[in-house]
Design a protein around this ligand. Structure first.
Ligand code: C2E
Ligand code: MG
Ligand code: MG
Length: 433
């Protein structure tokens, strides 16, 4: 009968491993002894990172073991570059090794940073920097594990964790839908409004959990393709120069929403997304103000979120346009702060009423001390600049309390409420008022 250890051996036995030999003799000896101890038969060695591409072209590799200070750090980026040139069916997994100390630092799933030793440095870098680098690699679809020194048990556990960790399928997240909408489809949808609709995602006071407003989000159900996400539609709209048509469609729907809310004695601001190009449209603020006045609505109920997806062509014009909107009474928010063109530069030079912390920081806050620091600093900055602050992309209930503790008063995200159809939004605010 096979013992548990012989079963483990046979599992690793068939692994195809490539090692980037550590610089130091001690490191090379340690790695050799580890690979021997766990009975890996199929091992190829290279001495330099530049030799890795040739070995990968020769055949499938399951795991690359590399010293973090000797090529290991660059490996994820090298794999990504190779994949961009000739797509790989799957990435090899990477096991970072280093000396010392004898602890497996990164079992999967990543442990909370609080559990990590506070000041440990490996390969000349703080462990927190290595963790951040491993997270970025994971986002690119590359799994990275780490083990530093130690014996067979630590090495085995790190390798097992790495092999069992779920892979992040990069092709699933970035590939275009099989049946992509055409430009003609986009033009037809925007000119007729057919199959377009607006959903509303409520925003909450994080302490009381009361709804304090909502963001209008575009949805397009293409008859052949199905739901087309804004990440596909908006760039097409921008390329076709149809952003004003889109804005005018959303603006009309949002004014309708505000009128329904008013009829129910509910006064909640609704935010619309607009790129720098849309915001800079001559006469936009005046046109909006007239429309709101005709509808008998106060402009403070219509908030404009400046999205960060297009570069700012003319800062002076953008500043003038944002100020004109604010002068007419429309609140202006800086969306996705910390990503794309939504930068400190913009926050310092333009005037806003609100800043929205990008969801990427919120999603990382449980595992990244840096993400927590960015959130705390943005909250302080907002306070100093007399701005409101909203955290986006709150997916976990535990983050609601944590954000409130960091001083962030308001937020939106799946943990609070998903974007909802208008009638569901009306029901939820009417029930609560
Ligand atoms: P955004 O303005 O930052 O909107 C928030 C996005 O985050 C929405 O994605 C929303 O559905 C999503 N979201 C909300 N809570 C969570 C969460 O907990 N986790 C995660 N992972 N995502 C969450 P959506 O609707 O796909 O929109 C994406 C982007 O497209 C928007 O980002 C905005 O920049 C743009 N967009 C959407 N509607 C419009 C529009 O009417 N006009 C313009 N110009 N852009 C729009
Ligand atoms: Mg937005
Ligand atoms: Mg946003």
């Amino acid at each position: 009968m096979k013992t548990i250890s012989s079963l483990m051996r046979s599992e690793f036995h068939s692994l195809r491993v490539l090692t980037l030999t550590p610089d130091s003799e001690e490191g090379a000896r340690w790695l050799g002894s580890m690979l021997n101890a766990i009975d890996i038969a199929n091992v190829k060695n290279v001495r330099a990172l530049s030799m890795v591409p040739a070995l990968l072209r020769e055949g499938d590799i399951d795991v690359i073991v590399a010293d973090v200070a000797h090529g290991g750090l660059m490996l994820p980026s090298l794999l990504k570059t190779l994949d961009a040139a000739t797509p790989m069916p799957r990435f090899p997994r990477i096991l970072w090794v280093g000396q010392p100390p004898p602890v497996n630092l990164l079992p999967a799933p990543w442990p909370a940073l609080a559990e990590q030793p506070a000041v440990r440095r490996v390969g000349g870098l703080p462990v927190t920097a290595l963790l951040a680098h491993a997270r970025l690699a994971h986002r690119a679809g590359i799994n990275v594990g780490m083990v530093y020194g130690g014996g067979k048990a630590a090495f085995t556990e790190a390798l097992r964790d790495l092999l069992l960790a779920p892979s992040n399928n990069r092709h699933a997240s970035c590939s275009a839908p099989a049946d992509a909408p055409t430009e003609v489809d986009v033009i037809e949808a925007l000119t007729t409004g057919k199959n377009l609709r607006v959903m509303l995602q409520p925003q909450f006071d994080l302490r009381t959990r009361r709804i304090i407003g909502a963001e209008a989000l575009l949805r397009w159900r293409h008859p052949g393709v199905g739901e087309v996400p804004p990440s596909v539609l908006i760039p097409m709209v921008d390329r076709l120069g149809l952003h004003l048509l889109l804005f005018s469609y959303i603006e009309t729907r949002v004014i309708d929403v505000l009128l329904v809310l008013k009829s129910r004695q509910v006064a909640l601001p609704i935010a619309l997304n607009a790129s720098a190009e849309t915001v800079c449209t001559p006469g936009l603020a005046q046109r909006l103000a007239e429309k709101m006045q005709r509808a008998g609505l106060s402009p403070h109920l219509l908030k404009i979120e400046l999205t960060g997806d297009l570069p700012v062509a003319d800062e002076l014009l953008l500043s003038a346009s944002l100020n004109t909107l604010r002068a007419k009474g429309f609140p202006v928010s800086l969306d996705d702060f910390g990503q794309g063109t939504s930068t400190l530069n913009l926050l310092a030079k333009m005037s806003f009423d609100e800043v929205k912390i990008d969801g990427a920081f919120v999603r990382d806050m449980k595992t990244s001390a840096s993400a927590q620091a960015v959130i705390a600093a943005t909250v302080s900055l907002a306070r100093l600049m007399n701005l409101k602050v909203v955290a986006e992309g709150i997916e976990e209930a535990s983050c609601i309390e944590a954000l409130a503790c960091l001083g962030c008063p308001t937020g939106q995200g799946y943990a609070l409420a998903r974007p909802m159809e208008l009638r569901d939004f009306f029901d939820s605010v009417s029930n609560k008022e």
